[in-house]
Design a protein. Structure first.
Length: 392
């Protein structure tokens, strides 16, 4: 705690000094999300704000410094048979290919607001934030929320920080709800075209089945074998519920149950975008797009076959730079939005903010929040909250 107190005071002093000098600050943890956009200004390294501050496994609550490595937090939870159900990704797009260890931090997890394969079934990052503390642009250390779910006093500012990309304040600590790991898990694979896969997912989603995650992809992972359209569905829950669901779904649609160890490893690769779809772009200058759509959206006409997650709600796409208008138009017509996630060989600074524009009302709200929390615009100038994180 003494180290945390010292790190906090040092961070507050740096914010106050930057405010007095009119100097911008670049808030940065492990750098795993740098590909989403880098701000300019003096570096404020958040990794000193680290440590498990309190953990009550029986209460399903953990409070942690925002500079704490995400892998460290997950290891502590795993020792108690618990987890972050939304599976925050440990992304590596900004890291050297030789870098083996995850550099993601808890603060980066909150700032990016990204969730993994289970998002559609269990909720996103903001759904597990109970409260947090931050340093605002005036150098004040503020506390929002608490350590319980029933907290309805005023606006839910703590959840507002999820996906804000560090533009509203320096996150110092956060209290998170955690959950026990599911006692049973199974992964089923079905050879289905995209339209059929979406149809079955929509139907299964309306039934009392322990659906946890899904992905559809043209699977060419086996050398010498033509790509097959495959739907992978992960079930999690009570043993009896998972077994009954497997029998029911396989009776309705021909498929197979995958080896648990291999399936678990593949879902981890999916979570961290290390499957062949993500690691083999079709061209050096191809850009990875992120399409956030209603789960009920049908097959969307796109330049290439997508990677579909979240029961249809999230669709990834590799496209050449000239296809931007086509992709954004297709997403808008389907009732969603699209943004470049990884900009390919183009400089990150030039491409990172090619987002679908927020509507005017949302833009005004964002501007007022920025003026309230950071009136001098100290934190992460050039970045803005991603409107596409609304379904993250």
């Amino acid at each position: 705690m003494a180290n945390m107190d010292h790190a906090l005071q040092t961070a507050i002093d740096q914010v106050q000094s930057a405010r007095a000098d009119g100097q911008a600050l670049c808030l940065r943890g492990g750098g795993s999300k740098d590909f989403l956009g880098r701000s300019h200004g003096a570096l404020l390294d958040t990794r000193t704000l680290c440590g498990i501050l309190s953990y009550e496994p029986t209460e399903l609550v953990v409070t942690v410094g925002c500079g704490t490595p995400l892998a460290e937090l997950e290891a502590v939870l795993a020792e108690q048979g618990q987890c972050l159900p939304f599976e925050p990704p440990h992304l590596r797009w900004s890291l050297p290919s030789t870098e083996q260890a995850s550099t993601a931090t808890v603060g980066g997890m909150l700032a990016a607001g990204l969730a993994g394969p289970a998002r559609a079934s269990v909720g996103g990052v903001r759904d597990y934030v109970l409260g947090l503390k931050l340093v605002n642009g005036l150098g004040q250390h503020l506390s929002f929320g608490g350590q319980v779910m029933k907290n309805v006093a005023g606006y839910d500012v703590s959840r507002l920080m999820v996906g804000a990309r560090g533009t509203l304040g320096l996150l110092t600590e956060v209290s998170l709800k955690v959950l026990p790991r599911a006692p049973a898990e199974a992964t089923l694979c079905f050879v289905l075209e995209q339209a059929q896969a979406l149809e079955h997912l929509h139907r299964w989603g309306g039934q009392p089945l322990p659906l946890n995650a899904s992905c559809w992809v043209l699977d060419d992972s086996v050398a010498g074998v033509d790509a097959k359209p495959c739907l992978f569905v992960r079930l999690r829950g009570a043993v009896a519920a998972v077994e009954a669901a497997c029998q029911k779904m396989l009776a309705e649609v021909p498929g197979q149950r995958l080896d648990p160890a291999q399936a678990s490893a593949d879902w981890e690769l999916c979570r961290n975008q290390q499957l062949p779809f993500f690691t083999r772009p079709p061209a050096p200058d191809a850009q990875l797009w992120r399409l956030s759509l209603p789960q009920t959206a049908p097959v969307v006409r796109l330049p290439s076959a997508p990677f579909v997650e979240w029961h249809g709600g999230l669709r990834w796409l590799w496209a050449l730079p000239g296809a931007a208008q086509e992709v954004q138009t297709a997403a808008r017509e389907a009732g969603g939005s699209a943004a470049i996630f990884v900009p390919g060989t183009e400089p990150v600074a030039a491409q990172a903010h090619a987002l679908t524009p927020a509507d005017a009302a949302l833009a005004r709200v964002s501007q007022r929040l920025k003026a309230s929390f950071d009136p001098k615009g100290l934190f992460n100038p050039g970045l803005s909250p991603d409107a596409n994180q609304s379904r993250a």
